[in-house]
Write a protein that binds this ligand. Structure first.
Ligand code: G1P
Length: 297
């Protein structure tokens, strides 16, 4: 069966204020987990899921991101000359074919829904994926691939979902899930960042979506919320209200919130420990640090 979802939108226009001063000159998405920028993890996940067209919604100050995806002939020649085929291979794996990648500017910071809407002309009338590179998911089978396999059975809209502590629901889109079907739950409604006592559940939306063209149409017609933003959550909720199907997919894997400093540090440790060339040294160092810090307390 041909892959029905071949386009993915990567909203990367955010200012990254939580990582100032670093983000004064480095886009947050270029910050590295071990030796690869956040955005590379997102691209690899999309590729594994069969995505062929990669659409980045950027903003002013993100040119380092475009440069990252450029080919680097001088560097390649130099590595070849030095016989560093290992590094050359690593570099080649990040190459994108000409025409596979597109950049669209979001001219005003008007929220995630608006960022996705900026890509409407490249999406046209097809289902599409959205990946938020801040949400890094370590998984044996990449999260979007898990979702696409499930989506082939369900159709409709699908969002990655995860249980979070009740007091954290105000940081997420939250699902009102109709019935429990194991890893796929049918969604009755969705609310963006509800107060803990108003949250319909503790099932939070994590940054992976497969959306129908009708959601893009909803975004086209939506008004800004009180914060001046257009929310993707609201556009999906509107699709459900109009009779569309939506599903939460409880993925298998560990999610890191790399939009926060603590999450980024945790991801750095976890991805470091997953590497054969780093594990032993890192583990010894962590053990020493834990011991020294406990002793000092
Ligand atoms: C966005 C979405 C939210 C979702 C979250 C996942 O919020 O608006 O619904 O739960 O991503 O990371 P943000 O974290 O960009 O404020």
């Amino acid at each position: 069966m041909p892959n029905t979802v071949t386009k993915a939108i990567f909203p990367v226009a955010g200012l990254g204020t939580r990582f100032l001063p670093a983000t004064k000159s480095v886009p947050k998405e270029i910050m590295t987990l071990v030796d690869r920028p956040l955005v590379q993890y997102a691209i690899d996940e999309a590729r594994a899921a069969g995505i062929e067209e990669f659409i980045f919604v950027t903003s002013r100050g993100k040119s380092a991101l475009e440069d990252y995806f450029d080919h680097s002939p001088i560097l390649e020649q130099e590595l070849l000359r030095k016989g560093r085929t290992d590094l050359l291979d690593a570099l080649k794996q990040t190459d994108m074919e000409s025409g596979q990648i597109a950049y669209i500017r979001q001219h005003k910071p008007m929220g995630l829904g608006h960022a996705v809407w900026c890509a409407r002309q490249l999406i046209a009338d097809e289902p599409f994926a959205v990946i938020l590179p801040d949400d890094v998911i370590a998984a044996e089978k990449p999260c979007l691939q898990q979702m696409i396999e499930a989506y082939e059975e369900t159709g409709g809209n699908m969002v990655a979902a995860m249980e979070v502590p009740h007091e954290k629901t105000s940081s997420y889109g939250v699902l009102d899930a109709a019935e429990d079907r194991g890893s796929v739950v049918s969604i009755k409604d969705m609310v963006e960042k509800p107060k803990a006592d108003e949250a319909p559940s503790n099932l939070a939306v994590i940054g992976r979506y497969i959306l129908s063209p009708s959601v893009m149409q909803n975004l086209h017609e939506m008004k800004e919320d009180t914060g001046g933003e257009i929310q993707l959550t609201d556009a999906i909720a509107e699709d459900i209200a109009a009779g569309g199907n939506a599903f939460g997919y409880l993925f298998r894997g560990q999610r890191f919130d790399c939009g926060s400093k603590a999450g980024f540090l945790q991801a750095t440790v976890a991805f470091g420990l997953a590497r054969d060339d780093l594990r032993d040294d890192l583990m010894n160092y962590l053990a020493e640090m834990v011991q020294a810090n406990r002793a000092a307390q």
